[in-house]
Design a protein around this ligand. Structure first.
Ligand code: UT7
Length: 332
């Protein structure tokens, strides 16, 4: 028997309808469309509106879509990993809520928190369950309702983030396809530059923490940018080198969408032109765990069996990494 690899066999996605444009943000904070566009590449982001709606509600839409496309039912899922920093509740895991809502009666599930690199960590974890033979059908969800932790009076963060969700199904294959290599990295000392100050065990929620706006994202943008721009480029080049891939071998770079300048630097380092870069930051902003699967969802129809993709991310933790994925099917 040949080596078993984990192949992506279906993709789903969901973005909320409401568009928060740069023009609207100009009415909330001291900013302007020109600054946001030139510094980040973002024009608008989606926001999940509606009482009682959370991350799991977006995930349900995305997972149901991928099941429908693959022609399987929810009870065939063995494992569902939900990558998020905005779970529905502190506990239980949002993965449990999703599996309940979609009727995945035979699945176990857990949440995985690696901020903007969450989806890559999730896919890496899922691939091990498949390669070991422990699971046959694993769903990895990347979902974040970032609007639930964004301070819309902070111009340095509110312009960046949006809500959205993408999901993939991974299944075993003996063909030379699927997850070919992964490099995951982290450095917890970076936590000082990007975190949420309260609501955890160190500083539980209180009137004081709410008054001090400590349940929102705290980001030192410049410091994060510096680490992101070098590490995302380095790890993308590293995964190419160790798999003997030249720029001509790459069909697409699938980058985390944090800032167009970080994406451009990564593409330059890999030697790939903009025609080979999946970029939708202008429409959705930074949806944290959602960015990479949302790109796969939008570009699925252009992908062919055997296409070489490099998925790459950098985010809070710090966490970062890259995956070499050989696409496993021609889209209908
Ligand atoms: O996905 C997770 C990881 N996160 C990231 O990768 C984010 C990385 N960081 C970034 O993308 C960028 O640092 C930001 C987009 C957050 C900020 O862009 P920047 O080019 O680093 O701007 P800056 O913080 O250096 O600020 C430049 C100037 C400052 O004014 P002064 O001090 O030069 O007078 C800011 O106060 O721009 C000002 N500024 C703004 N002006 C208009 C900051 N935010 C805004 C704004 N509108 N929204």
């Amino acid at each position: 028997m040949g080596k078993i690899r984990a192949a992506v066999t279906s993709v789903g996605g969901y973005v909320p309808e409401y568009k928060l444009t740069n023009k609207v943000l100009e009415t909330l904070v001291d900013t302007n469309d020109e600054w946001i566009t030139s510094r980040t590449g973002i024009k608008e982001r989606r926001i999940l509106k509606g009482e009682g709606l959370g991350t799991s509600d977006m995930a349900v839409e995305a997972v149901n879509e991928l099941l429908k496309k693959r022609g399987i039912s929810a009870d065939e899922i063995d494992l569902l990993i939900c990558c998020t920093v905005t779970p529905d509740l502190v506990f239980p895991a949002t993965a449990n809520i999703i599996t309940d809502k979609i009727g995945a009666k035979n699945a176990f599930g857990f949440d995985l928190m690696a901020a903007c690199s969450g989806f890559l960590y999730g896919v890496t974890t899922a691939s091990k369950y498949i390669e070991s033979g422990a699971c046959k059908k694993v769903v990895v969800v990347g979902a974040d309702k970032m609007s639930s932790i964004v301070d819309y009076t902070d111009r340095e963060t509110c312009i960046i983030f949006g809500d959205g969700c993408g999901a993939v199904l991974l299944e075993p294959t003996e063909e030379d396809l699927g997850i070919m290599d992964t490099i995951m990295k982290s450095d917890g000392s970076g936590r000082v530059h990007l975190h949420q100050k309260a609501g955890g065990s160190v500083k539980p929620a209180s009137h004081a923490t709410v008054d001090a706006k400590e349940h929102f994202i705290y980001q030192e943008g410049k410091a994060v940018f510096k680490f992101a721009v070098t590490n995302m480029a380095d790890v993308s080049a590293e995964v190419m080198e160790r798999n003997n891939l030249g720029s001509d071998d790459i069909r697409f770079l699938v980058p985390h969408q944090a800032n167009k300048r970080i994406i451009d630097a990564t593409a330059r380092r890999m030697g790939v032109g903009s025609d080979k870069v999946m970029l939708n930051i202008e429409k959705y902003g930074n949806t944290t765990s959602g960015t990479i699967p949302l790109c796969l969802w939008e570009w699925e129809k252009q992908l062919k069996k055997g296409d070489n993709l490099i998925l790459s991310a950098f985010g809070g933790g710090f966490t970062w990494g890259a995956i070499y994925l050989k696409w496993a099917y021609d889209s209908k």
